[in-house]
Design a binder for this molecule. Structure first.
Ligand code: SF4
Ligand code: SF4
Length: 115
């Protein structure tokens, strides 16, 4: 499921992200974890929020339908990341107000792969 497209230019410092959530809506096998991501996340969060893809052996953040499982959708209109402080580098390099962000806001979901 995509979100409704978001109007307007987002705050480049990320001030609109929790009210947006578009780039955290995407298909499975989108957010890949490196070894340093795994160390940062730690055993407990890895077990709960990630899985190893059987064919490739790579670890990815789990999906829940058409969004990242780490996106908390319990409050309508709010999209906080439950692992924000320990989120993978794929998410850290994705910048608010970048071309990918603007595309995600236009589509209501991530258009291009993160990274
Ligand atoms: S699409 Fe842009 S504004 Fe929306 S959550 Fe992602 S980075 Fe933030
Ligand atoms: S880990 Fe957090 S920031 Fe990254 S896609 Fe999932 S909800 Fe979004």
């Amino acid at each position: 499921m995509s979100l409704r497209p978001q109007a307007g230019e987002p705050d480049p410092r990320g001030g609109d992200c929790v009210a947006c959530g578009c780039c955290c809506h995407h298909g499975p096998l989108t957010v890949h974890l490196t070894e340093s991501d795994e160390s940062r996340m730690g055993e407990e969060l890895l077990r709960r929020w990630t899985e190893v893809h059987a064919r490739s052996g790579f670890r990815f953040v789990r999906n829940a339908g058409e969004r990242c499982a780490c996106l908390d959708v319990s409050v309508p209109g709010r999209f906080p990341c439950v692992v924000y402080e320990r989120r993978p580098d794929d998410c850290r390099v994705f910048r608010a107000a970048s071309a990918g962000c603007l595309e995600a806001r236009r589509l209501g979901r991530l258009g291009s792969p993160i990274g």
